[in-house]
Design a protein around this ligand. Structure first.
Ligand code: PBG
Length: 327
């Protein structure tokens, strides 16, 4: 027999001991549930590449929210799906006062006043080019785009948004949006900056959901190169200085080191976006019987907490809530 002072296995001996020494946990409070709204009535359409996730019309969305709330989920993030006929170069539809998205926000707020509503600020759902900004001569132009993003943010705040979520990656937009919101009296509306948003292949299923894939090229002139982490710290310095209340890393699973770096360097909450492709991979493998879906899901999400995420945006939110409520 070996003489060992330290036998780490002692702390793993029983379920109760393992629970006692567990360093990180998931709570339903950590989650924001991303949801999709489309025009029409009495319909919900399952997204092919995201089994279990639907695009709802406003009426069915409101029904679904009852279930979401009953599971204990306190926060959602809403994305709109618009038909091509509503899209143009400037994303003008986003500013129409009774447009689907703004109508949905105010309706949700009036029916579910306690629910935290996070929005999406970017041109892509409304853009005939499928880009997050205005395209001119094949380039995405920054400052003109930011002017529209500020107007979008104010319109969303007026409609009842609690947290504005700029997902566009234009330079200087956090400061401009903060200034715009404050000037209109929305000093209490928060900004969750998509701070380190990478040009990622893992957004594929989301673009199916919104039918918003770029019509030409890619998003590499504004979203970040997956090879870089110092650049994420630079983005974070800027967003922090410009007034972000929460800073996000997106995607999450391949970028745990980035989550950790932001968590260690900034004293505001850090969120992680467990994106559509991460969801789809687990669902597809589980449907094939290749992995245990629930266990893989919990392990993936826990890794984000361990890396330092305070908040997780995830399409798994409802499933996690069910499991956590059982345990
Ligand atoms: C676009 C946006 C994207 C996502 C959220 N907002 C996709 C993109 O940048 O092309 C992705 C979310 C996901 O994949 O779950 N503004």
């Amino acid at each position: 027999m070996q003489i060992l002072n330290r036998r780490p296995r002692r702390n793993r001996a029983t379920g109760a001991i393992r629970a006692m020494v567990q360093e990180n946990t998931l709570s339903v409070n950590d989650f924001i549930f991303p949801m999709f709204v489309q025009e029409g009535t009495n319909t919900k359409v399952e997204i092919k590449s995201m089994p279990g996730i639907f695009r709802f019309t406003l009426d069915t969305l409101l029904e679904e929210l009852k279930e979401v709330q009953s599971l204990g989920i306190k926060s959602i993030c809403l994305f709109p799906n618009y038909p091509e006929s509503k899209k143009d170069k400037y994303g003008s539809e986003s500013l129409v006062s009774d447009t689907l998205y703004l109508k949905a926000l105010s309706e949700i707020k009036s029916k579910f006043p306690d629910l935290v509503i996070m929005t999406d600020v970017a041109l892509d759902p409304y853009s005939s080019d499928g880009h997050d900004g205005i395209v001119e001569n094949g380039k995405i132009i920054n400052d003109e785009t930011v002017e529209i993003l500020v107007k979008m943010s104010i319109a969303q705040a007026k409609a009842g948004a609690d947290i504005i979520g700029p997902s566009d990656m234009m330079d200087g937009r956090i400061g401009a949006i903060r200034k715009g919101l404050d000037a209109e009296g929305f000093t209490d509306v928060s900004i969750m900056a998509y701070t380190a948003k990478y040009a990622s292949a893992f957004y594929g299923p989301f673009r199916d959901a919104l039918e918003s894939a770029p019509k030409f090229g890619d998003k590499k002139t504004y979203q970040m190169n997956p090879a870089n982490i110092k650049e994420a710290l630079l983005e974070a310095e800027l967003d922090f200085a410009e007034g972000a209340d929460i800073m996000m890393v997106k995607p999450a699973f391949s970028y745990l080191d980035v989550i950790k770096a932001l968590k260690e360097n900034f004293n505001i909450p850090i969120s992680a976006y467990n994106v559509s492709g991460e969801y789809a991979m687990i669902k597809a493998a589980a449907q094939n019987g290749w992995i245990g879906g629930d266990k893989a899901m919990m392990e993936m999400l826990l890794s984000m907490k361990r890396a330092g995420a305070d908040i997780i945006l995830s399409y798994f939110a409802k499933e996690v809530a069910v499991l956590l409520n059982e345990s």
